[in-house]
Design a protein around this ligand. Structure first.
Ligand SMILES: Nc1ncnc2c1ncn2[C@@H]1O[C@H](COP(=O)(O)OP(=O)(O)OP(=O)(O)O)[C@@H](O)[C@H]1O
Ligand SMILES: [Mg+2]
Length: 223
């Protein structure tokens, strides 16, 4: 088991109102598994991915990465753990604005000191998503869909055991959404990386080995 979330609760307080977003939620992610999570806007998908990826803390419950309870680890240890084990594709991608597409993809490898061996791979990946001729563009010089593809490549460069992708086809046209699905299949099969994907798209939802709906704070398995 790569990742496990146990009895996760997350509630937001806004003045008088209490909003229970995640309610005793459980999820396990096994090696080489693709999990897709669908759910209405506001159902808590981004909140869940942030908690799985240790970017946010649950109010109750625990997160385990490769069997290790990470819920109470100090931030400095969490940052290191994330850089090695978890790749993120954020809903609003968060590329570093002053670095080129190429440098953004290479960034996790730079941080862990293995960029020399990854340089060629970055070029191969860029070619795979038809962005070879955009490698020296800054994020501000890329379209929304191009930025998203760069963010996906960045999430996988260090070969983390698990990639958490928040609506990774959200603003892509059909052709590029298909390309993204192909890329997820490729990294899943070739590199045995697990992927947790949230999506509003039935087509993306269908690629999950296990498929869930997030509803009323809980994950419900589909079919
Ligand atoms: N910091 C916060 N304070 C209060 N409420 C919040 C906060 N962050 C999120 N929420 C609320 O929690 C709920 C879940 O938000 P979340 O972003 O996880 O939804 P989502 O399923 O990712 O939606 P979308 O499909 O639109 O991206 C929403 O109703 C949102 O308004
Ligand atoms: Mg979201």
């Amino acid at each position: 088991m790569i990742l496990e979330a146990k009895n996760i609760n997350k509630t937001y307080e806004n003045g008088e109102n209490t909003l229970c977003v995640l309610d005793e939620l459980n999820l396990t992610v096994d090696k080489s598994e693709i999990i897709t999570i669908m759910g209405e806007s506001g159902s808590g998908k981004s909140t869940l991915l942030n908690i799985l990826g240790t970017l946010d803390h649950p109010d109750k419950g625990e997160v385990y990465i490769q069997g290790k309870n990470v819920t109470t680890l100090p931030e400095i240890e969490l940052a290191e753990l994330r850089n090695c084990h978890i790749g993120f594709v954020f809903q609003f991608h968060h590329l570093l604005p002053e670095f080129t597409a190429y440098e953004n993809i290479l960034m996790p490898a730079m941080i862990s000191g293995n960029e020399a061996e990854k340089r060629k791979e970055v070029d191969d990946l860029l070619a795979f998503v038809d962005l070879g001729n955009r490698k020296n563009h800054l994020p501000s010089e890329l379209s929304g869909g191009e930025r998203l593809r760069i963010a996906v490549l960045r999430s996988m460069i260090n070969r983390p055991e698990v990639i958490l992708a928040d609506e990774p086809t959200g603003n892509l046209d059909a052709k590029n959404a298909k390309k993204m699905i192909d890329l997820f299949h490729k990294i899943n099969q070739e590199y045995e990386q697990s992927i947790v994907i949230t999506t509003h798209s039935q087509e993306v939802g269908a690629i999950g080995h296990r498929q869930f709906d997030l509803m009323n704070g809980k994950l419900q398995g589909k079919g």
